[in-house]
Write a protein that binds this ligand. Structure first.
Ligand code: GDP
Ligand code: ZN
Length: 310
């Protein structure tokens, strides 16, 4: 039988079969993954085959190839990684331009990491009920920037149920990771989408603050028609993605586009002569804020301390 892993409690996996049954399964045999040393061989979002033994216990016997997955290093010192989720269709980053402020550097680092993982991102700007005229003008400029680069944007108020139906509709039929800094209204948004789940607001962020990153537990919540959202304490965003210095520019879509015309193939777009990216920044064809975020990510690499800050 084929099914989708929707919950992982450490030793058990809950699998939703194609005919809609929920079956608790154990793992049979040894699942070693090529290329990564992982503390868990199977993650939510994995498609698996299950078989029953004579006593009626279900076992996962096979994992299908993943189209993508996100991982987190088990601990700072460890070389082992933990697979947080597999086969994501998209990610929604919840942003507030104020109360609290989400920096463009944070947004751009998130977007670049998502590009590296090959996960499409949509940006959800929350708390629009709260902004004054200046905030709203800035919001429109930011939305204009990201829409232009190719990231769909939504304006919502989770508290006042503005724009929520559109989000709901977009979540249908997809596996979506919800991310965002604490305080941006992630729990409020989930409550607005799924009133029956009834998360206490602040619950998720409290979890983070206490450092309770339980790495063995994750879950996908069904939403709408064949949709799932992943919102797990401990999954605030993506894990680490190691990239080479000259690779960073590949994950800024518009920088990558212009870099085709740089004089040197391995141009890092800082001080090299004949750099088409710097020229585009000067001509305002590439936004300065995006270029600054790009440099910010490069700096981390130089200091040899690159790790995604979310
Ligand atoms: P989380 O940390 O991202 O889960 O954020 P919460 O959902 O706990 O929300 C943090 C605070 O922002 C709470 O006081 C919410 O009531 C408030 N909040 C969330 N969404 C909105 C919104 O759309 N408008 C306003 N004005 N406040 C909101
Ligand atoms: Zn260049």
């Amino acid at each position: 039988m084929r099914g989708l892993v929707i919950k992982n409690t450490g030793s058990w996996y809950q699998v939703k079969t194609e005919d809609g049954q929920l079956i608790d399964c154990k793992i049979k045999g040894n699942f070693r993954l090529k290329g990564i040393r992982s503390t868990n061989p199977i993650a939510v979002g994995d498609y698996v085959k299950i078989i029953m033994n004579n006593e009626g216990t279900a076992f996962i016997s096979e994992i299908e190839d993943r189209k993508n997955y996100i991982i987190r290093r088990a601990s700072n010192l460890s070389k082992q990684s933990h697979i947080l989720a597999a086969n994501l269709d998209q990610c929604m980053l919840i942003i507030t331009i104020n109360y609290p402020e989400t920096s463009t550097i944070f947004i751009d680092r998130f977007l670049a990491t998502a590009e590296a993982y090959r996960i499409p991102v949509k940006l959800v700007f929350n708390k629009i009920d709260k902004y004054d005229e200046d905030n709203l003008r800035y919001l429109d400029a930011v939305i204009n920037l990201y829409t232009h680069i190719g990231y769909p944007c939504f304006k919502v108020s989770a508290l006042n149920h503005i724009g929520i139906d559109e989000i709901k509709k977009d979540l249908e039929g997809k596996v979506t990771l919800l991310s965002g800094n604490s305080g941006v209204g992630k729990s409020t948004l989930i409550n607005a989408i799924l009133p029956e789940k009834n998360l206490k607001t602040g619950e998720i962020s409290d979890y983070h603050n206490k450092g309770m990153h339980t790495t063995t537990f994750s879950e996908m919540f069904p939403i709408g028609k064949d949709g799932y959202i992943i919102d797990t304490p401990g999954i605030k965003g993506f894990g680490t993605f190691d990239m080479e210095e000259e690779e960073v520019g590949h994950y800024f879509k518009e920088i990558f586009e212009y870099s085709a015309n740089c004089k040197y193939g391995n141009c890092t777009h800082r001080h090299e002569p004949g750099c088409a990216v710097r020229e585009a920044v000067e001509k305002h064809l590439i936004s300065k804020s995006r270029y600054i975020s790009y440099l910010n990510m490069l700096e981390d690499k130089e200091e040899g301390k690159y790790r995604a800050a979310y």
